[in-house]
Design a protein around this ligand. Structure first.
Ligand SMILES: [Zn+2]
Length: 434
C-alpha cells in the first residue's frame, strides 16, 4: 500500500461526496465528519450487510434499537463512570492537554512548558435531562450500544420467547470525548457501532467465542477485504478488561498501521450480574428443560461502522494506467457499492437519452443506480469507476435497432452485449444477494 494511500482516499471522499469535514463553512469541528450522498449509501450498505449476516440471516439473533440517553445508573453498573477514563496532563504554559500515556516527554511536547500531574478524564459526554442543570439531572450520551442489550435482556427474553443460546444486536451512534481523535474516520468523537451480545450457557462460552471469531473474520473477507490485510490479535492478560475472560481484535492493515476494526470478547456474566445488583431486578435465565436458573455468559462481537467503512474504502482503492491514462477505481464489493449500475446514452441524440432514461427508471425500482449523459463515454466510465459502480450500461445506435445494450464490468472493463429485457436478471445474478 503506497505511503500516500490515506491522503488519496481522503481526497477522493471529499471530491466525490463520500465524506465531508463536519461544519466545514465554520472552519470545521475537530475530528467531526459528515457523510455525503455517496457516503451515506455506502454506510447503509455496510450496516445492511452486517444486519443480514448477524440478525436476519440467522434464527438465533434478534434486533434492538434503544435510546442514546439512558438512566445514569446504567453507567454506574457498567463501570463507565468509575473507569472509562484516560490519564490526562495539562501544560501550565500553553494550556494544551495530552494523554499521559501517549507522550514520552516530561514537559509539554508543543512548547516545552511544565506539565501538571496526570488526572483521570472521563470520556463520556455529559448533559442534563430537562431544564434543571444540577447534579440530580446529569445524564450521559452512551459511550457504547452494548448496555442497551443488557438492560433489555429480560424484556427481550420474555417477549421474543427465546431459548439459549441467542443474541440481541443493535447498530447505532455512540459518543466518546476522545482526547486524541484522528486518522480520518478511524477515531471520531461521534461514531456508529454494530454490536451483538450473544448469550450462552456458562461452559458453552469458549465454543461460541470461537464461532463468532470465525464468523466475523469471514464477513470482512466475503465483502472483499483481502485476507492478507486482516489479522486476529488476542489480548494479553495485562490488557484484558477485568470482567473479560478472553478478547480478540480483528485488525486491518491501514496505511497508518494495523488497527482494530472489531473486538470479540467473552464478557462472562459480568454485565447481567452488575445490572441485577444495581437495579435490584432478577436478570437470571430459567432453563425449562433442565429446571435450572442461572446468569448466562455473553460473547460480544463489537464492530465500528465508520472504521469498517474506511477499511472497505482503503482496500478497494486502486490506481492503474489504462491505454496511457490513469484510472482510479474503487473495487468495492457490489453489495457495498453506492450505485450498482450507471446508465449512459452513447450520444445525446437519435432518441438514445430517452431510451437510456427509461432503462434507468426501470433499474431504480430494483437497486440504486445513476444516469450520466455528460461528456465523452470514456470520462463517464471513469467517473463511475472512481466511486465503485460495478456495472455500466450503454445505449447506442444498435440498441435503437435491435434492443440490445452493452454491459461493462468495472474491474475487467470487459463489455458484453445483451438484450435490454435480460438486464435486470443479469445484474441480479452478478450482484448476488444485493
Ligand atoms: Zn505547552
Amino acid at each position: 500500500m503506497p505511503a500516500d494511500a490515506m491522503e488519496k482516499v481522503v481526497n477522493l471522499c471529499k471530491r466525490r461526496g463520500f465524506v465531508f469535514p463536519g461544519s466545514e463553512i465554520y472552519g470545521g469541528l475537530g475530528a467531526s465528519l459528515d457523510y455525503g450522498p455517496l457516503g451515506v449509501e455506502l454506510k447503509r450498505n455496510v450496516k445492511d450487510a452486517w444486519w443480514r449476516a448477524v440478525v436476519t440471516g440467522r434464527d438465533d439473533v434478534v434486533g434492538l434499537d434503544c435510546a442514546v440517553i439512558m438512566h445514569p445508573r446504567v453507567w454506574e453498573a457498567s463501570g463507565h463512570i468509575a473507569g472509562f477514563t484516560d490519564p490526562l496532563v495539562d501544560c501550565k504554559k500553553c494550556k494544551q492537554r495530552f494523554r499521559a500515556d501517549q507522550i514520552q516527554t516530561t514537559v509539554c511536547p508543543e512548547c516545552g512548558g511544565e506539565l501538571t500531574e496526570a488526572r483521570q478524564f472521563n470520556l463520556m459526554f455529559k448533559t442534563f435531562v430537562g431544564p434543571m442543570e444540577d447534579t440530580a439531572h446529569v445524564a450521559y450520551l452512551r459511550p457504547e450500544t452494548a448496555q442497551g442489550m443488557f438492560v433489555n435482556f429480560k424484556n427481550v427474553v420474555e417477549t421474543a420467547r427465546l431459548k439459549l443460546p441467542f443474541g440481541i444486536a443493535q447498530t447505532g451512534r455512540s459518543f466518546r470525548n476522545e482526547i486524541t481523535p484522528g486518522n480520518f474516520l478511524f477515531r471520531t468523537r461521534e461514531f456508529e457501532q454494530m454490536e451483538l451480545e450473544f448469550f450462552v450457557r456458562p461452559g458453552d462460552d469458549d465454543r461460541w467465542f470461537d464461532h463468532w471469531r470465525e464468523e466475523r473474520m469471514r464477513w470482512y473477507v466475503e465483502l472483499g477485504i483481502r485476507a492478507e490485510n486482516l489479522r486476529e490479535r488476542p489480548h494479553g492478560a495485562d490488557e484484558l478488561a477485568h470482567y473479560a475472560k478472553g478478547c480478540v481484535d480483528i485488525e486491518y492493515r491501514f496505511p497508518f498501521g494495523w488497527s482494530e476494526l472489531e473486538g470479540i470478547a467473552n464478557r462472562t456474566d459480568f454485565d447481567l450480574k452488575r445490572h441485577a445488583e444495581f437495579s435490584g431486578r432478577d436478570l437470571s435465565y430459567f432453563d425449562e428443560e433442565k429446571r435450572e436458573r442461572f446468569l448466562p455468559f455473553v460473547i460480544e462481537p463489537a464492530a465500528g461502522v465508520d472504521r469498517s467503512l474506511l477499511a472497505f474504502l482503503v482496500d478497494a482503492f486502486d490506481e492503474e494506467v489504462v491505454e496511457g491514462e490513469a484510472r482510479i477505481v474503487l473495487r468495492l464489493h457490489p453489495r457495498l457499492a453506492p450505485y450498482k449500475a450507471a446508465v449512459y446514452p452513447l450520444l445525446r441524440k437519435e432518441g438514445q437519452p430517452e431510451r437510456a432514461r427509461s432503462i434507468y427508471d426501470a433499474l431504480r425500482r430494483h437497486f440504486a443506480a445513476d444516469y450520466d449523459q455528460a461528456g465523452s463515454i470514456g470520462r463517464r466510465y471513469r467517473r463511475q469507476d472512481e466511486v465503485g459502480t460495478p456495472f455500466g450500461i450503454t445505449v447506442d445506435h444498435e440498441t435503437m435497432r435491435d434492443g440490445t445494450v452493452t454491459l461493462r464490468e468495472r474491474d475487467s472493463m470487459r463489455q458484453v452485449r445483451l438484450p435490454e429485457d435480460r438486464l435486470i436478471d443479469e445484474l441480479r445474478t452478478r450482484i448476488g444477494n444485493a
